[in-house]
Design a protein around this ligand. Structure first.
Ligand code: PMP
Length: 378
């Protein structure tokens, strides 16, 4: 969960009250299937920060970017069709891909994000098998769960490889404005506007409660997305769209993003320091923005099996297996440092280390049957 403690709620309440008093009848009405035009215009301004020059006509507003992921998958994939995703990949996207029965193929990442050669190889193999992938799903900035960021050098390479393989890119970027030093990474969309669907969201740069995200897509795809949106929800919530539009208009929203950024930077630092202190045998990624670090455990530890014991010790995490479609990942876990304050983070990682010690002791005594524990915690 993003941490919302720094939002100026009293001022926001006053601004929204004024909006409802003036335009309440419109805010409580049905809207259009593509979403409120004023908000779509504001969204194009936000995207221009990452080098995207788009028209509001190519933006479709959705119920969070999660909904956009669902619509795009529904449009492009029939059961059994292959798609390419990162290894690891966002659990919510994997749930969507699972529900549409996609044949998910993972492509390796390293500290610099998706590995171009691995992508080329995976796309080639599927083509040779006569089953080209329908799209590549990627989270280039401050990855969930990986914490890594696609290097600027690799961005044009990834776009070129996808163009060569006629592979659509689904560029999912909910965290892009949350770089700890304020650096904005260039989006891939401008490098091939006809071959990229870019997803954005207000969930992390403002608040998730309104459930407003968007998809920027080429003309023909936008037409289909709008129909799919209407089929699913008729129209995005006008009350939510008008509230967010008012927030963007009345508040220093970018200054607010700066506050979030500084808060998350402190939490990330506390996390990495505590990992170094309490879990020196592990390795982890060094996020430069966003909410997550991805921790690797030495041989023997199964993070799935260990979860029950961790919860008994009052600390929780998401086991690495949630981020793969093929059962991999039990030697990894995701730490989300965004919500708890720094002292709780330190205490949480101390409890995690205690859990690991207990697990190791039981393993050494042959007392843990991992299959059993995993079954209980599933
Ligand atoms: N994509 C990624 C990578 C995410 O981490 C999330 C939320 N955790 C989403 C999409 C969905 O966000 P929302 O629906 O709130 O916009």
């Amino acid at each position: 969960m993003p941490n919302l403690k720094d939002l100026p709620l009293q001022q926001i309440a006053r601004s929204f009250q004024q909006m409802f008093a003036q335009d309440g009848a419109t805010a409580m009405q049905y809207g259009g299937g593509q979403g409120l035009e004023t908000l779509r215009e504001q969204i194009t301004d936000i995207m221009s920060l990452e080098g995207i020059h788009a028209s509001a006509a190519n933006v479709t507003i959705t119920a969070g970017s999660q909904h956009a992921l669902d619509l795009v998958t529904q449009l492009f994939v029939n059961p059994g069709n292959p798609i390419l995703v990162e290894a690891p990949s966002y659990v919510g996207a994997l749930s969507v891909f699972h529900s549409y029965q996609c044949d998910v193929h993972h492509v390796l990442m390293d500290q610099e994000g998706l590995i171009p050669e691995a992508l080329d190889e995976a796309a080639t193999q599927l083509e040779r098998a006569g089953r080209p992938a329908k799209f590549l799903y990627t989270v280039p900035n401050f990855h969930n769960p990986g914490g890594m960021t696609l290097s600027e050098k690799r961005r044009p390479q990834i776009v070129e490889i996808c163009q060569r393989h006629h592979l659509l890119i689904l560029e999912d970027n909910p965290y892009g404005l949350l770089g700890f030093d304020g650096h904005l990474y260039p989006a891939m969309q401008p490098l091939n506007p006809d071959g990229v669907i870019y997803l954005g969201s207000f969930s992390k740069m403002f608040a998730p409660g309104f459930r407003i995200g968007w998809a920027l897509a080429p003309d023909q795809i936008t037409q289909k997305l709008v129909v799919a949106n209407e089929t699913a929800i008729l129209t995005p919530s006008m009350a939510a769209e008008m509230s967010i539009s008012k927030y963007l208009q009345d508040f220093d929203w970018y200054g607010q993003v700066d506050k979030f950024r500084v808060m998350y930077r402190g939490r990330a630092r506390a996390t990495l320091e505590a990992l170094k202190k309490y879990l020196p045998d592990c390795t982890w990624t060094h996020p430069v923005g966003g909410f997550y670090t991805w921790v690797h455990f030495p041989a023997g530890i199964n993070t799935n099996a260990m979860l029950t014991r961790a919860v008994q010790n009052l600390v929780a995490y998401v086991s690495g297996t949630a981020f793969y479609a093929d059962g991999r990942g039990s030697d990894y876990l995701r730490i989300a440092y965004c919500y708890p304050p720094e002292e709780q983070i330190r205490e949480g990682i101390r409890r995690l280390a205690l859990t690991v010690e207990q697990e190791k002791a039981l393993l050494a005594n042959g007392e843990v049957a991992h299959g059993d524990t995993a079954a209980k915690s599933a």
